[in-house]
Each structure stands twice: as structure tokens, then as C-alpha cells.
Design a protein around this ligand. Structure first.
Ligand code: CUA
Length: 187
């Protein structure tokens, strides 16, 4: 009869199909294990890395008093930027940082949840009252970028835009020689 010619090919196809089926099941299984591991690992870790800041006393004591906000050069040459979000602005409203330098943002909220995002960068987090958000980045070249609040925070949300000015390293360090904390507000 005519069974023979097609039969071998069908068996091969079935075998290949089964094999690929197993591969896709293995991938799904691996992803489930990864998700479970990440979730359990995070749940059992002590929360010591979560830093807190009392929004009621931000302006009076600690890291986020007004005189301590802005950009500061660290002994290792990196720059730390401290900022606050509040309805409906950031302090400082214009942040200045050097290009080609490790930058760490430390920011929190004085009232409700705000968004903290810098266009064309990996900086994208929330500012949650009570907690300090820490994000590290590096900007390759000088430019001016916008920093919109991207969490709905009330009636004035759409007007809550900050700016970030990335300047040449040398120019930044010249400014930093005269001032302990830098910003580009009113410059
Ligand atoms: Cu702050 Cu939206």
C-alpha cells in the first residue's frame, strides 16, 4: 500500500515536535523557579537595606534638611544628589551633575507618593513618604533633561516637572570648589 513513504517523515515530525514541546516546558519551569526564588529570597531577607526618613521632620533634622539638598562630591569622586518631592515640585527644582561620573540619587517625599524619572536614563523610581529611594546612574555627555513626576499625586501633578543639567566634569568641580551643595536653581 502507500503507507510506507509518508510514515517515516510523520514519525520524525512527531518526535521533533515532542522534543520542542519539552524544551518549551523546561523554559516555563525554569522561569517559574526563578520567579519563586526571587520572591522567597526577597521575603526572607532582613529589611535592613530599606532606609527610612520621617516626612514630618524632613525639613528639621537629618539628611534632607534644606541646606543638605543638591549635589555633593564624595571623597571617591562620585556625586550624591539629595532631593525631595512635594506637591507640586522638587527641591532642588533644577539638579546639576557632572557628565561621565557615577551619580547616586537619594530622594524621598515630604507628603504623598511622587514619581522620579529622568528622560533617556535608567532613573525611574517612586518617592514614597517615609522611605529613601536610592538610584545610581552615569550620564555620558552634557545635556539638559527633564525630570517629570510620573505618579499621579494630586490636582497639580501635571505641572510637577524638574530639570537636570548635566555639565562637563571640570566645570562641575570648579563650581563644587566654592559650594558644598550644588543646584542649578536660579542660574
Ligand atoms: Cu508629584 Cu505627580
Amino acid at each position: 500500500m502507500t503507507v510506507a513513504p509518508g510514515h517515516g517523515a510523520e514519525a520524525t515530525a512527531a518526535r521533533v515536535e515532542r522534543r520542542w514541546g519539552l524544551v518549551s516546558i523546561a523554559i516555563i519551569f525554569l522561569l517559574v523557579v526563578m520567579a519563586a526564588y526571587a520572591g522567597i529570597h526577597q521575603a526572607v531577607m532582613p529589611q535592613a537595606r530599606v532606609e527610612t526618613a520621617d516626612p514630618r521632620t524632613l525639613h528639621i533634622v537629618g539628611e534632607f534638611i534644606e541646606g543638605n539638598l543638591g549635589s555633593a562630591v564624595e571623597p571617591d569622586g562620585s556625586v550624591t544628589v539629595r532631593a525631595i518631592g512635594q506637591q507640586y515640585s522638587f527641591t532642588p527644582q533644577c539638579i546639576v551633575v557632572p557628565a561621565d561620573t557615577p551619580i547616586t540619587f537619594r530622594a524621598t517625599s515630604a507628603d504623598v507618593v511622587h514619581g522620579f524619572q529622568i528622560e533617556h536614563s535608567n532613573v525611574n523610581t517612586m518617592l514614597v513618604p517615609g522611605y529613601i529611594s536610592v538610584v545610581s546612574t552615569r550620564f555620558a555627555t552634557p545635556s539638559d533633561r527633564v525630570m517629570p513626576c510620573h505618579e499621579f499625586c494630586g490636582a497639580g501633578h501635571q505641572g510637577m516637572w524638574g530639570h537636570i543639567r548635566i555639565i562637563e566634569k571640570a566645570a562641575f568641580h570648579k563650581l563644587a570648589a566654592d559650594q558644598r551643595r550644588l543646584s542649578c536653581v536660579a542660574q
